[in-house]
Design a protein around this ligand. Structure first.
Ligand code: ZN
Length: 342
């Protein structure tokens, strides 16, 4: 089969289209014919070489897979060849206290398809049978591939961690990213007033169309000042953050008393400075968030199926152009998800 592989860590240029052996399913696995696979920032981090992540080379990226079950392992009961499936990207041991409690994202062996094990930048991928979820039949392949990781992440951040409530003000940083475009919709659906940030007039317009009540253009406007103005100096109850660096530092300053900031990433840098006086003086809470519980993906998929939440696809590219797709994301040209089609 054809697959995009890399053999050493580095920039987008390490991604190569190659012929590799077809995967074979273990008894508890399913081989899925990949119809679409979305790109996530996690792919870029793995390609660059995450600290402490040793993976077998050559490696195949890709967390968000949808497709058709082609070979089904002997002990998998709920999937048969020919079924359309949406693959849950998360992996956990299933046997530790955290897994038993349903907090599978806190499992010590927690992982994501395409991180250590091979993922979906390929014509076929073997996945644990338990990860094959019913396909959302209202969506086409490329829209469905744009759902799992970002909607799971955003749902866990806003619902599982920040416990957002109707009537609260929520600042979504980088609303045009994959995870940001999911957060804008989730916060709005749950009754919050959404203020989103984006760079440039085109993204500002698209965020309004997506449901943001107010959009601040971080390229031309002072974000903290605009948030103060929009909230009559109160600040926001919830900040949705994934950028890090100076953006994180500014975002802490936009919180209202008793506000919560939740973050799932630090694409511009993990080292930040802020005044602890602000943290206790304003009774703030800072939440880290990593992926989400499998049950939360099932929960958010209900709203995807009934159309209340919609995947946002920036562009669809052939698998062979994975390198160009990574370059587009690194250059922050995208709005929503970039999806590869084998
Ligand atoms: Zn576990």
């Amino acid at each position: 089969m054809k697959a995009i592989v890399f053999e050493r860590f580095g920039g987008p240029e390490v991604l190569e289209l190659r012929d590799v052996a077809d995967p074979k399913p273990a008894p508890d696995e399913v081989v899925v014919e990949v119809k679409a696979c979305a790109i996530n920032h996690l792919d870029l981090w793995v390609r660059q070489g995450l600290r402490g992540l040793d993976i077998e080379m050559p490696h195949i990226l890709g967390n968000d897979v949808v497709g058709i079950a082609r070979e089904v392992g002997a002990v998998v009961r709920h999937v048969k060849p020919g079924d359309r499936v949406l693959v849950c990207p998360t992996l956990s041991c299933g046997a530790c206290p955290q897994c038993h409690a349903g907090d599978d994202n806190l499992c010590r062996q927690y992982d994501v398809i395409g991180r250590r094990r091979n993922g979906g930048y390929a014509e076929r991928v073997a996945v644990p049978g338990a990860n094959c979820l019913p396909y959302p039949e209202n969506l086409d392949w490329t829209d469905a591939a744009a759902v799992p990781l970002v909607f799971l992440t955003a749902w866990h951040m806003l619902v599982g961690r920040a416990a957002i409530k109707p009537g609260e003000d929520c600042l979504v940083i980088g609303g045009g990213s994959g995870v940001g475009s999911a957060a804008v919709q989730i916060a709005r659906m749950l009754g919050a007033r959404v203020i989103a940030t984006a760079g440039g007039p085109a993204k500002v317009d698209r965020l309004r169309a997506l449901g943001a009540h107010d959009v601040v253009d971080h390229a031309t406007e002072d974000v903290p000042a605009r948030v103060r103005e929009l909230t009559a100096k109160k600040g926001v109850e919830v900040v949705f953050e994934h950028v890090g660096g100076a953006v994180f530092e500014q975002a802490v300053g936009t919180l209202a008393r008793n506000g919560r900031l939740v973050t799932c990433g630090a694409t511009t840098g993990g080292k930040v400075q802020f005044d602890l006086n602000l943290l206790f003086g304003k009774h703030l809470a800072l939440f880290g968030s990593w992926m989400g519980r499998r049950a939360e993906l099932v929960e958010v998929l209900r709203f995807i199926r009934d159309g209340r939440l919609k995947p946002v696809v920036d562009s669809v590219m052939p698998l062979a152009e994975a390198r160009r797709a990574h370059e587009r994301i690194e250059a922050r040209e995208h709005f929503g998800k970039v999806v590869l089609v084998p």
